[in-house]
Design a protein around this ligand. Structure first.
Ligand SMILES: Nc1ncnc2c1ncn2[C@@H]1O[C@H](COP(=O)(O)OP(=O)(O)O)[C@@H](O)[C@H]1O
Ligand SMILES: O=P(O)(O)OC[C@H]1O[C@](O)(COP(=O)(O)O)[C@@H](O)[C@@H]1O
Length: 305
């Protein structure tokens, strides 16, 4: 079983307008209200791929109820830990450029943290994969993901992590199955300026392998993605399409890669499906559906770099 962990889920309020004028009243062309948060997005894409998963994390208030109802309608199993404060709303502005306003989220109490850990512990079985993704809400220490690893390994399960900075570095010696920074996050991780060349991205990706990651994917938005292995590296991308909404593209890629790797143990095939999911979401209003993923999959090109 794959478990997605979204400690700080969100309603994603995706609004579209032609020109954003700061300091004035703006009228929207369209508005979409979606269940969001990185782990939840991973579970939704796994579902589209026909793979089961259960979504875990913290959920509270009217916003949390909306997310849970939406996931129920999608037939997505979830077992969230209830919290007193409401789950956040993140605003995704699509105008001349994409702007994201991500809220800090609720404050989680000690009791709620204990309830979450107990829930995870009693579910995990050997061979399970726990995908931990996204920011931490208030009340959780920076080390929270790192602190969950003994619990996961104690159950003979593995973990995948999508977070940034020191919180990511701190987990590497515990051998995450997959890490997927984007190229900006990767450069920041090592205190480097933006990478201008693929060889720099590959070199930084190899550092993550050396530090302990089992599989390293680096996403580069419209420039595709890299799969970095100890002695080889591959660049892959989908045929260009109309970019509709790139929110969740990274989560989609992580879901496609992790789900396919768990099923086939073939990193190259997993990479191809990951790219298909990422780009298919970018070419869709909401996260991609199976038809779009299959269509984009057929356009993928990969080369060794
Ligand atoms: N504009 C785009 N056109 C085509 N594919 C895209 C585009 N943006 C993202 N993707 C695909 O989705 C993947 C993840 O997107 P990216 O924006 O890099 O992740 P993140 O959201 O984590 O920053 C990319 O590696 C790429 O394969
Ligand atoms: O937990 P964070 O880092 O604030 O991110 C949460 C946001 O990221 C998303 O999961 C989208 O992530 P990606 O675009 O990186 O795939 C949104 O659904 C959500 O609003």
């Amino acid at each position: 079983m794959i478990y997605s962990v979204t400690l700080n889920p969100s309603i994603d309020y995706v609004v579209t307008l032609e020109h954003l004028q700061l300091g004035l009243v703006n009228r929207l062309d369209s508005a979409l209200t979606l269940p969001g948060g990185k782990g939840i997005n991973v579970s939704r894409i796994l579902k589209a791929l026909g793979q089961g998963s259960t979504a875990l994390g913290f959920m509270g208030g009217f916003t949390g109820r909306f997310i849970e109802e939406s996931l129920q309608q999608l037939g997505l199993p979830c077992a969230f830990t209830k919290v007193t404060e409401p789950t956040r709303i993140n605003v995704k502005l699509r105008a001349e450029s994409e702007t994201e306003l991500n809220a800090a989220g609720p404050t989680i109490s000690e009791e709620e943290i204990a309830a979450f850990k107990a829930n995870l512990q009693q579910r995990l079985q050997p061979g399970d994969v726990v995908v931990m993704a996204g920011s931490l809400p208030n009340g959780l220490p920076e080390s929270f993901y790192r602190d969950l690893i003994p619990l996961i390994h104690g159950a003979k399960a593995e973990f995948v992590i999508d977070t940034t900075g020191q919180a990511l570095l701190d987990t590497l010696e515990e051998h995450p199955l997959v890490v997927k920074p984007n190229h900006h996050e990767l450069a920041a991780l090592f205190g480097d300026a933006e990478y201008t060349d693929l060889s720099q991205v590959v070199a930084a990706g190899r550092k993550l392998l050396k530090l302990g990651a089992q599989h390293v994917l680096v996403s580069m938005a419209g420039k595709g993605a890299l799969l970095v292995e100890a002695d080889k590296a591959y660049h892959g991308s989908a045929a260009p399409g109309q970019v509709v909404n790139s929110v969740g593209a990274g989560d989609s890629m992580l879901a496609g890669f992790t789900g396919t790797l768990a099923e086939t143990e073939d990193p190259l095939e997993a990479f191809k499906v990951g790219i298909a999911c990422g780009s298919a979401t970018t070419y869709s209003k909401d996260l991609a559906d199976r038809a779009k993923i299959d269509e984009v999959y057929r356009t993928i090109t990969m080369e060794e770099v």
